[in-house]
Design a protein around this ligand. Structure first.
Ligand code: DQA
Length: 148
């Protein structure tokens, strides 16, 4: 079972970026956690990080046929990218949107997720563990262990 994990813009700066909001863990450390959990779950995880919206959209398109599910943190695009939402809806794969911070408890403009409407579900505010819970969910649902 293949799962695509997409990190959006500025997440490559984790570790030094607004540590009061995002903590001090780096993206490399998060990716290692993802790879370890994927191995435990027996799934193949492809993990990518893009700054540009077009690259994220292209990656979602090319995941069709390969990936059984998607984990995505669209970062700031969450709040305004109809194009990423449409790409997720178009490939129609089970998808979990993850946010390290609780976007619903932050600035007004972060409280809306445009992209989340095309995801199966959204995890926000649980830090890096959110990615692992998203992998757990997809692995369980896709293997038929959990109800959809
Ligand atoms: C974020 C929340 C977004 O509002 C922000 O633009 C990010 C990170 C999160 O993971 O908490 O870049 O997606």
């Amino acid at each position: 079972m293949n799962i695509l994990v997409i990190h959006g813009p500025n997440l490559n700066l984790l570790g030094t970026r607004e540590p009061g909001v995002y903590g001090t863990i780096t993206l490399e450390e998060i990716d290692e956690m993802i790879r370890v959990r994927a191995r435990e779950l027996g799934v193949e995880a492809k993990v990518v990080n893009y700054s540009s919206e077009g690259d994220i959209i292209d990656e979602i398109h090319s995941s069709a046929g390969w990936a059984a599910g998607i984990v995505i943190n669209p970062a700031a695009y969450t709040h305004y990218s109809i194009a990423i939402r449409d790409a997720l809806a178009a490939v129609a794969l089970p998808a979990v949107e993850v946010h390290l911070s609780n976007i619903f408890a932050r600035e007004e403009y972060r409280r809306v997720s445009i992209t989340g409407g095309a995801a199966t579900g959204v995890i926000a505010g649980l830090g890096p563990a959110g990615y692992l819970y998203a992998l757990d969910y997809l692995a369980n649902v896709l293997s038929g262990a959990d109800p959809e």
